[in-house]
Design a binder for this molecule. Structure first.
Ligand code: NAY
Length: 290
């Protein structure tokens, strides 16, 4: 069975401080209601790249603490262009009990591939956790080639990739060349084509509120009912289009609030939800979840 992970959101209070209770509620909802296979902690959806080191650690602690006793799988995204921070976080989450870490490709400085390889080898060097590369070229500007992946995968601690990329040719080549590597797809609106290329599962922001439909789509795909899977993807994509048009992170949090889960605010410099965004989120909730 393919695995479904939600990219965990971080709740913030009105002043932009981490709202621990809200963050815990979202972990709980994903365990108890969504019954997902896993959570990706500290990713883009968690607004991680706007957090300081101590805040990142706090989020990792909250997720681990709230998930203890459940069998949900947690992946900690520790990557940062600040390699010292990435290594410190890798050690921190390993000591907390995370079994898998992930790291975004280092961004902003146009690092060459040797520098990128050094970054990954360093992150895993002193920990016994396994690492999943987080590839998201649209946001980082870093597009790894098939040969780049082959070189990264020479390090046996690097077990796969979170592939947030619409390049399906590369995805097919990766699957064919690395049948034993873990490939987790990262664009929820492209779940079905990714399943067709035999990914091992998916990680996404919208699964926080749309897990039931995504799980049904995976089940239909695995049962060979492609027409049903396609219909479910159409329905999910209507929702995802509305979420994107209304501002995805703020709207996911507002829909969570409608569902009775305290998700709080987004953090600056992301704009606070305007009355129009709030009205749009209410319409989305009523259209898809009532
Ligand atoms: C992350 O790190 O949180 C992710 O990459 C999760 C994947 C999401 N990507 C981003 C950039 O948020 O779920 C997707 C995405 O929100 C969704 O497909 C809508 O485009």
């Amino acid at each position: 069975m393919k695995k479904l992970y939600a990219a965990l959101m971080t709740a913030f209070d009105e002043n932009g401080n981490i709202d621990e209770q809200g963050t815990r509620e979202m972990v709980r909802y994903n365990i108890d209601v969504n019954q997902l296979d896993g959570l990706y902690v500290g990713g883009s959806t968690g607004e991680n790249f706007m957090l300081g080191t101590a805040e990142k650690k706090r989020v990792f602690e909250i997720a681990m603490d709230e998930a203890k006793g459940s069998d949900i799988d947690l992946i900690a995204q520790v990557g940062s262009p600040n390699l010292h921070e990435a290594k410190e976080l890798a050690k921190f989450v390993t000591e907390l009990g995370y079994k898998t870490i992930s790291a975004v490709t280092p961004f902003y400085y146009n690092f060459n591939f040797d520098e990128i390889k050094h970054y990954y080898d360093e992150i895993v060097k002193d920990v016994d956790t396994k690492l999943v590369v987080y590839s998201i070229p649209a946001l980082t500007g870093v597009a790894l080639s098939l040969d780049n992946f082959a070189k990264l995968f020479e390090n046996e601690k690097i077990i796969g990739v979170k592939y947030t990329n619409a390049d399906f040719y590369l995805l097919e080549r990766l699957r064919e060349r690395f049948p034993d590597k873990l490939i987790l797809s990262g664009f929820d609106e492209m779940l079905l084509p990714a399943l067709a290329l035999d990914v091992d599962g998916a990680i996404g922001s919208t699964f926080n509120i749309n897990a039931k439909k995504a799980k049904a789509e995976i089940a239909a795909f695995e049962a060979g009912d492609i027409a049903k899977a396609r219909q479910l993807q159409h329905e999910s994509n209507d929702l995802i289009t509305d979420l994107l048009n209304n501002g995805i992170y703020a709207t996911l949090k507002l829909v969570f609030e409608e569902l009775g889960v305290h998700a709080g605010y987004t953090r600056e410099p992301m704009a606070k939800a305007t009355p129009e965004v709030k009205a749009g989120a209410k319409r989305i909730y009523e259209k898809y979840f009532k």
